[in-house]
Design a protein around this ligand. Structure first.
Ligand code: TRP
Length: 459
């Protein structure tokens, strides 16, 4: 049996593992990504497809990643090498390392906006009649401001990752995640009691199934992977720090449930407010959620303290949620350099973060600072949204497809199930999981990608 070298570190307790994985999953993807993508894909019908994608595709892939990680105690590259030596499967791990750095590049830009918003809130800008669009432009539309906060957030991420798994990652999640949950609940109450909240709730909760097409389904599956941190080996890496006592099945269940609840709550905050503010769903781009949140916070009495206190608190907690996610994005490539290339943790994380910072600069300029990056010629999308689509959706879908084929057919569900059972002899959903990971996940993804390709080719 393989064992982790002591230098790699392990989680301190069972709860710590669930918290750390939930910390990775819950982040900008829930509070920024989910409402943005729901709004661009027509509302409630997308939400239904999203929930199906989470339950039938996301959850099984999460368990598969946990299993691979704990079994091998390696980063994704080493994990595939250990389970399928001398084959091309290591490429899946390599794809993960690349996707992690690319996602981190734009993730840090958006997280940088949250840092800037903490200051905006603290300086009392969130009051009735505030020009919320102008506030967003003064952050995202200014090159030095956007790049400066992008740098600051990347530096924070490195500081935590240098601390290592146990000291760095565990500490943050324990107190602050429940805080985020609590403030979201409060904002839901405020949002649904706004005048004109009705049409927003209807858009979000009453499905119009004629809106569903191949593109909507792909967006839902891609968003499920992004939000659950799947498809690039982040959960393989986190699983590799688990002990043999951890219950993989229960952990996956908790992480999926927590992550999905936070996304659904975020929708309940954003959509009533969006309609209350008289904005068009689907028209806002990456700034929409920030604009909408500011207009909500600005309605909290008494002025200016309501908007100030809740604004600082909310964006602080959102920033921490983003931090517990960004460290998992950086951790994958760092673990690879440390385990396989013998680089020190400090050098590896600083070098990789510097790379992600530079790659992120065009994304930092893509929301107003540089016009052609804000609407790419021939594509029409801004550069940040474009990178999100390529690495935050397509790459993860392909990565998860390969992970499910590998687990279901190459390494085999029998071996995987033995590992799931190794703590207490139980695997309650073994039959369902085996079916989903062998058949539904790969087949659904292949059909969907084939259909979209055929559509692209003018079919
Ligand atoms: N899941 C995180 C979020 O919702 C982002 C994230 C962290 C991620 N690690 C990941 C996305 C790995 C994909 C893969 O904000």
């Amino acid at each position: 049996m393989e064992s982790a070298s002591p230098a790699r570190g392990q989680w301190g307790s069972k709860l710590a593992f669930i918290l750390a994985s939930a910390g990775s999953a819950i982040g900008l993807g829930n509070i920024w990504g989910f409402p943005t993508i729901t709004s661009a894909n027509g509302g409630a019908a997308f939400v239904v497809v999203y929930l199906l994608a989470v339950a039938l595709i996301g959850a099984p892939v999460m368990l598969a990643e946990f299993v691979i990680g704990r079994r091998t105690q390696r980063n994704p590259v080493g994990a595939f090498r250990a389970l399928a030596p001398g084959t091309a499967w290591v490429v899946v791990g390599g794809l993960g390392v690349l996707a992690g750095v690319m996602i981190l590049s734009f993730y840090s830009v958006i997280a940088g906006w949250t840092l800037a918003y903490i200051i905006k809130a603290a300086s009392g800008e969130f009051v009735a009649g505030a020009d919320t669009g102008a506030i967003f432009s003064s952050v995202a539309g200014s090159a030095p401001v956007a790049i400066g906060w992008h740098f600051a957030f990347m530096a924070l991420t490195v500081l935590v990752v240098i601390g290592g798994v146990k000291n760095g990652i565990e500490r943050w999640t324990k107190v602050l995640m429940p805080g985020l949950f609590a403030i979201l609940l409060l904002l839901v109450v405020r949002a649904v009691t706004l005048s004109g909240a009705g049409p927003g709730l209807e858009f979000y909760l009453r499905p119009d199934f004629s809106r569903i097409d191949g593109g909507v389904i792909l967006a839902a599956i891609g968003q499920a992977f992004f939000s659950l941190s799947l498809g690039m080996g982040a959960m393989i890496t986190y699983g590799s720090y688990m002990t043999k006592d951890d219950d993989l099945e229960t952990s996956a269940g908790w992480v999926v449930a927590l992550d999905t609840s936070v996304a659904l709550l975020a929708g309940l905050v954003i959509f009533p407010t969006l309609f209350h503010a008289g904005l068009e769903p689907g028209a806002g781009g990456p700034g929409m959620v920030f604009v909408v949140l500011t207009s909500l916070l600005s309605t909290i009495p008494p002025e200016p303290w309501g908007g100030t206190i809740f604004g600082v608190l909310f964006f602080l907690l959102l920033m921490v949620a983003a931090l517990t996610s960004s460290i998992s994005l950086l951790e994958v490539a760092t673990a690879w350099l440390v385990d396989d290339k013998g680089v020190s943790r400090k050098k590896a994380s600083i070098g990789l973060a510097a790379l992600a910072f530079v790659i992120g600069i065009p994304s930092a300029l893509a929301n107003g600072a540089v016009p052609w990056l804000s609407s790419l010629p021939g594509i029409g999308m801004d550069f940040l949204s474009f990178l999100f689509m390529i690495f935050g959706q397509y790459a993860l879908v392909v990565g998860a497809l390969l992970i499910s084929v590998f687990t279901g057919w190459v390494w085999g569900v029998k071996n995987a199930a033995d590992e799931v059972r190794s703590n207490d002899g139980k695997f309650s959903f073994e039959k369902a999981w085996s079916f989903l990971i062998r058949f539904l996940c790969p087949v659904a993804i292949v059909i969907l990608l084939g259909y979209l390709l055929w559509q692209q080719l003018g079919g």
